[in-house]
Design a protein around this ligand. Structure first.
Ligand code: C2E
Ligand code: MG
Ligand code: MG
Ligand code: MG
Length: 287
């Protein structure tokens, strides 16, 4: 009896697996044609300085409008692309587009996400340099966002890649900081400009002591290492207030602005500062 039940569970599991493999293949197949069929676009979310609300940068975020499924969540298709080599073609498209957009902004930089696989590719540095030169853009106007996973697997090599990129003037940000396995001790080995505090910690501000404490220590760490620090996923006036008090240098999130279509981003870039009334500061609150 136990044996039979066991087999049933295994079959169920197999079918679920099969479904997911089929789903993956569909996504992969669709993605392979997405560039040629013009189904991709970038949206841009402002990153602002906490004090004067200067818009210093826009993060480029990929969107895929599939004719079969509609707009597919980016967090769903990027990992699938990452597992096949499609990520290289997509990444190249993203970088080219983002660099083109820069020509329309007065001085901001663009922050582009690179997956671990892109970052670890042979000749990554040469590739990025070639793109930037081709677009006639100064390296200082491109920020490369990578996650802890991209650098901690082969720390030695990653440290070298980051060093070379930074020597050439590119900015480097460590994305989703606090969610990976980076040891604080190792952080200093990497050439970085910025830590981006993961949204999960920002969500907890004002709700749980632990999150506030973690946010505060990341900010202290960043300061001690001479790095900028961006709070990701800021959604409420209370969070803005708390982050300002905590000394977080930059803010990003729906409360400041949702990611914008290219036209709207270009318009906001011209404006240079976010209007203070968007912040709607709440009564001071101790976190
Ligand atoms: P990420 O780089 O950490 O980007 C932040 C994500 O949080 C984005 O989701 C953004 O739209 C969302 N977000 C920003 N502010 C808020 C907020 O206040 N509240 C909430 N709930 N969400 C907010 P998105 O665009 O769906 O991207 C998801 C992830 O996909 C990104 O996380 C990044 O890891 C990856 N990704 C996006 N575009 C690219 C790309 O061009 N290349 C690569 N390799 N990865 C990308
Ligand atoms: Mg300023
Ligand atoms: Mg990012
Ligand atoms: Mg992030």
């Amino acid at each position: 009896e136990a044996k039979r039940r066991g087999r049933g569970i295994i079959r169920l599991f197999d079918e679920a697996m099969d479904e997911s493999i089929r789903f993956r293949r569909k996504i992969e197949g669709g993605l392979a044609q997405a560039i040629a069929n013009d189904e991709l676009r970038l949206v841009y979310q402002p990153i602002v300085e906490r004090g004067d609300l200067e818009i210093v940068a826009f993060e480029a975020l990929l969107r895929w409008d599939s004719p079969d499924y509609g707009t597919i969540p980016t967090g769903l298709f990027i990992p699938i692309a990452e597992e096949s080599s499609l990520i290289h073609e997509l990444g190249d498209w993203v970088l080219t587009q983002a660099l083109e957009m820069l020509q329309r902004w007065p001085g901001q930089y663009v922050s582009v996400n690179f997956s671990p696989r892109q970052f670890r590719r042979q000749n990554f540095v040469a590739h990025v340099v070639e793109r930037v030169q081709h677009a006639g853009i100064a390296p200082t106007r491109l920020q490369i966002e990578i996650t802890e996973t991209a650098i901690f697997d082969d720390a030695e090599r990653a440290a070298d890649t980051l060093y070379r990129l930074r020597q050439m003037g590119f900015r480097i940000a460590l994305d989703d900081f606090g969610t990976g396995y980076s040891s604080l001790y190792n952080i200093r080995r990497f050439s970085l400009d910025c830590l981006k505090i993961d949204k999960s910690f920002i969500d907890g501000i004002g709700r749980e002591r632990e999150s506030a404490a973690i946010v505060q220590s990341i900010i202290h760490l960043a300061r001690a290492l001479g790095l900028e620090v961006v709070a990701e996923g800021v959604e409420t006036p209370a969070q803005v207030q708390a982050l300002r008090i905590a000394g977080c240098s930059h803010l990003q999130g729906y409360h400041l602005s949702r990611p914008l279509e290219a036209e709207d981003a270009a318009e906001m870039a011209q404006q240079r500062y976010m209007r203070p009334e968007v912040i709607k500061l709440a009564v001071p609150r101790v976190v």
